[in-house]
Design a protein around this ligand. Structure first.
Ligand SMILES: [Zn+2]
Ligand SMILES: [Zn+2]
Ligand SMILES: [Zn+2]
Length: 356
């Protein structure tokens, strides 16, 4: 007989059930809870805040990616390779007759159906020549991480191109309180000043070599503008994982979020700041839409935060702070980090040179 599910399992199952319902159980995206608002505070900049009380379990945000890429080790054998059509973005099974690019750009580009391929034709044309020319050399010379970053930037440029072409996306009719489209991407936090000179030099070299406007990649941005875009993308993109991120307190035994299968940029979800004791848990649905759910009751005026990493993987104060400083360029001052800081007396003692 099965043992009864733990609290976390019940919660995961409930969320999974809600998400599995797909279009029927989620409101049309992008969707923002009526009690969720944006604020601006010194140092941190933008934040999400509750304008009125929000109850545990309430859906807070469903956001649609501006750009998304699959992240899998071996596309041919993967059952979680995402359909390239932005309107779909569903994981495709290798046995399901998925369609490869007729120009054989890269094996990571597939569509789940002829309809998705047709819908995505113009957008994919924007990236196909670039992928054919640069995917193999970038992967060989710079590795998978930098390739993924550059590809995500190319897909952001493709969305921007589509937006300019159709002159849409500037005004978000669904929710005028939250900007969408390229304007939202431009408003992301993160500038060249937040990163080391060595990092900026490395990204500048990549941009000059692989992302210049030319026959393989048509855009009207300067190299400096693309480097600035990378700075914002790196500070604001989300990894896509099969299970929730940010369940807190971390249950015992801990359930990690699983293996990454994608990376994406979300115009609205990116506004959420980090906390190591967050009141929001987040998880992409089966179409790559980012879903925020209140993981406890939230009081009016309280900031609404997510966790930028898997809380089951980094537990102590030092590993959390080192990770956030390295990847997101800030020293975490959340309630949990502040409470766990050694007192002044202790840290003075630790800081003293050892004298025999
Ligand atoms: Zn599809
Ligand atoms: Zn192609
Ligand atoms: Zn913290």
């Amino acid at each position: 007989m099965n043992s009864p599910p733990s609290t976390v399992e019940t919660r995961l199952l409930a969320t999974a059930e809600q998400l599995a319902g797909g279009n029927n159980s989620l409101p049309p995206a992008p969707w923002v809870h009526p009690h969720l608002e944006q604020g601006v505070v010194p140092v941190k900049g933008r934040q999400l805040r509750a304008s009125h009380a929000i109850r545990k379990g309430e859906l807070l945000l469903v956001d649609v990616p501006y750009a998304v890429i699959p992240v899998v080790d071996d596309p041919a054998s993967s059952d979680s390779l995402l359909c390239s059509s932005p309107a779909c973005s569903r994981p495709t099974q290798r046995s399901s007759g998925r369609i490869a690019c007729p120009k054989h750009c890269i094996a990571d580009v597939v569509w789940c159906s002829p309809a998705c391929q047709e819908f995505d034709e113009v957008r994919h044309r924007f990236e196909c020549t670039w992928l054919q020319r640069y995917a193999t050399p970038v992967r060989a010379k710079w590795g998978e991480y930098d390739f993924g970053m550059l590809w995500l930037i190319v897909r952001i440029l493709a969305s921007r191109q589509g937006e300019l072409h159709h002159a849409v996306g500037h005004v978000d009719q669904t929710n005028p309180r939250f900007q969408g489209g390229w304007d939202a991407i431009q408003a992301f936090c993160g500038s060249t000043e937040s990163w080391s000179h060595a990092q900026i030099r490395s990204w500048t070299a990549l941009v000059k070599k692989y992302l210049r406007s030319g026959p393989a990649l048509l855009h009207d941005l300067t190299a400096d503008e693309i480097v600035a875009l990378i700075c914002r993308e790196e500070a604001n993109s989300f990894g896509l994982y099969p299970r929730e991120t940010g369940v807190f307190p971390v249950p015992e035994p801990a359930v990690d979020r699983g293996d990454q299968y994608g990376a994406a940029v979300y115009p609205r979800a990116a506004i959420a700041n980090h906390s190591c004791c967050p009141n929001i848990m987040h998880k992409p649905d089966h179409q790559g839409r980012m879903v925020f759910t209140a993981s406890r009751d939230i009081a009016a005026g309280e900031e609404c935060c997510i966790s930028y990493f898997d809380l089951t993987k980094r537990v102590d104060l030092k590993s959390r702070r080192d990770h956030l400083q390295g990847l997101f360029r800030f020293v975490c001052g959340c309630d949990r980090c502040t409470a766990e800081e050694p007192s002044d007396a202790e840290s003075d003692w630790v800081g003293l040179p050892f004298v025999e």
